[in-house]
Design a binder for this molecule. Structure first.
Ligand code: SAM
Length: 201
C-alpha cells in the first residue's frame, strides 16, 4: 500500500480494500515471497493476475460505492474481485477459461469471498444480470465491446484497456442518458481479451 501511494493512488477506500485482501494466498509456494511486490504473476493457463498498481488504478477510476453492482470481465485468480467485494460492491465476475473458472470458483469461498461466478465470453457482457453500475475489463481489448456499453446503467462507468495485443490505453467510459463520454489514461500491458468482441485465438 505504501508503494501504491508513492505511485499516485490516493483513494483511501481503494487502499484500505487492498490492505485487507491477503495476496500471498493466491501464490504458489515457490513465489510466495513476491506476493507483496508490485508485479503481475502467473496464475496458470498462460494467464497472469494484474499487478497491484493496475488493480488499484482501475478500481480507483471506477469510484466504487457500497452496493454498486459490478461486472468484472476476466476473473483470473479472483484477486480483483476480492478487492471489489471489500469495497462493498456486489460482484459478478466472468471467466472464459474453464480451468481458471473452476479453480477460482472453488478457492475464493474458502478464503471468505463470494462473488457471483459466471462462465463464458465476457466480451459480450452478461445480459441476464444487466444493467450494471460499473464494468471492469481486466484483459486487453481490440475495441470497446458495444454490448458492455449497452449493459451499463444510466450514470454507469466502464473501465477497459483498449489497443493492440501487447499494449493498451486505459479508457474510462461514462454513460449519461445514452451519451457516452470517453476519458483516456496511461498505457498498460494486459493479456488479450478473447471471444466474439475480443482477439481471435
Ligand atoms: N482480474 C484477474 C485477477 O484479479 O486475477 C486478472 C485477469 S487476467 C489479467 C485476464 C483474464 O481474462 C484471464 O483469466 C483470461 O482467461 C480472461 N479472459 C480473456 N478473455 C475473456 C473473455 N472473453 N471473457 C472472460 N474472461 C476472459
Amino acid at each position: 500500500v505504501k508503494k501504491l501511494r508513492l505511485k499516485g493512488i490516493k483513494d483511501e477506500t481503494v487502499l484500505s480494500a487492498i490492505n485487507k485482501v491477503p495476496r500471498h494466498v493466491f501464490f504458489d509456494k515457490a513465489l510466495i515471497y513476491h506476493a507483496y511486490e508490485d508485479k503481475a504473476f502467473p496464475i496458470g493457463e498462460g494467464q497472469t493476475n494484474s499487478q497491484p498498481f493496475t488493480v488499484a488504478f482501475q478500481t480507483e477510476k471506477l469510484q466504487i460505492k457500497p452496493g454498486d453492482k459490478v461486472l468484472e470481465i476476466g476473473t483470473g485468480s479472483g484477486y480483483q474481485a476480492c478487492v471489489l467485494l471489500e469495497m462493498g460492491a456486489t460482484v459478478y465476475t466472468i471467466e472464459y477459461n474453464r480451468n481458471l473458472f473452476e479453480r477460482t470458483r472453488d478457492f475464493l469461498p474458502q478464503i471468505g469471498y463470494k462473488p457471483f461466478f459466471l462462465f463464458g465470453d465476457g466480451s459480450k457482457g452478461y445480459p441476464s444480470k444487466a444493467p450494471y453500475d460499473k464494468i471492469i475489463v481486466t484483459a486487453g481489448a481490440p475495441v470497446v465491446p458495444v454490448a458492455l456499453q449497452e449493459q451499463l446503467k444510466d450514470g454507469g462507468t466502464l473501465i477497459i484497456p483498449v489497443g493492440t495485443r501487447d499494449k493498451q490505453k486505459m479508457l474510462r467510459i461514462t454513460k449519461h442518458a445514452d451519451t457516452l463520454t470517453t476519458e483516456e489514461f496511461d498505457h498498460f500491458a494486459f493479456v488479450p481479451l478473447l471471444g466474439e468482441q475480443g482477439w481471435k485465438g
